[in-house]
Write a protein that binds this ligand. Sequence first.
Ligand code: NAP
Length: 324
Amino acid sequence: MDFISLIKPMDKIEEEQEVIILGGGPAGLTAGIYAGRNLWKTLIIEKAIVGGNTALTEKIDNYPGFPEGITGEELVKRMEIQAKKFGSKILEADVLNFRIDGIWKIIETSNGIYRAPTLIIATGTRPRKLEVPGEEEFTGKGVSYCAVCDGAFFTGKRVAVIGGGDSAVEEAVYLTRFSEEVILIHRRDTLRAEKITQQKAFSNPKIKFLWSHIVKAIEGDKKVERLILQDLKTNEIKQLPIDGVFIYVGLIPNTEIFKDILNLDKDGFIITNEKMHTSVPGIYAAGDVRGKVLRQIVTAVADGAIAGIEASKFLEDIKYNKEV
Ligand code: NAP
């Protein structure tokens, strides 16, 4: 396909693509499989680990087809192999800037500038911070957002997990492999995690629950030594001696560079229709980064498939000079 006639002269353009996908998690890799199978020149740009947060998930029990469970690392490795098999290229780079020029979506990265008529945003989310005193100071010194990465540092120790969603409860269970005692601290007195995950936590003798408490501060000398907590029922302030704290209080979408260009919801997630179309023609969003009711790997890959197909249709329409 020849887009050359549509290109305005421009400095520093490194390489034209037909589909650019931002993010190499399950949504991005699946979009790469579907765009690649339609033989479009497809580039997936990933800033850190191919596989995203899924690569850091110890075991996945609810992805259909793997009744015995599968590690996140293996699942995304298979997706990566499949995306490459169908011709998608993967570039490791930070995305620095984004702009639109006519039909072109132009992505400036730490490793060159790329443009394509279609863009699939699958940039996922990052952990929300508690935003309490000591959190930033002790990150990497007892404060962590990744049990799989840091759990082993707390072998034989006592740790706290903050939050009541799937991430907090799953990771609390995971941490019991290493830690003597895991105290799950939640601001309410019921969990929002899946019931089967709750059952695993309730039946694990190493996990204790501290209900209706919030963290006011994280304190220590050179590393975390204690949490300052508030009991929301009595307003009492308490100290809890602890060696480490794992924070799982929700997700923030990685959408900052799109905020002036795309319609986002009040929490910053990209608004799409069921075809993954955003408010700009030729730009799609897939996976956890878009506003949706269920954030799971299985919904991320479904989004990625739809986005890959919709991007293909957009390119076909350009090819045959239909209005897009
Ligand atoms: P989440 O579902 O948004 O849960 C965040 C938890 O943190 C909630 O329990 C919330 O309390 C609590 N929280 C929020 N702000 C807080 C604050 N400032 N102080 C104290 N607690 C606070 O986040 P998540 O667990 O990371 O899950 C994100 C999405 O990924 C969800 O859709 C989840 O289902 C999905 N996920 C799925 C799996 C799986 O299927 N295996 C695994 C991980 C994640 P409240 O309950 O009071 O709001």
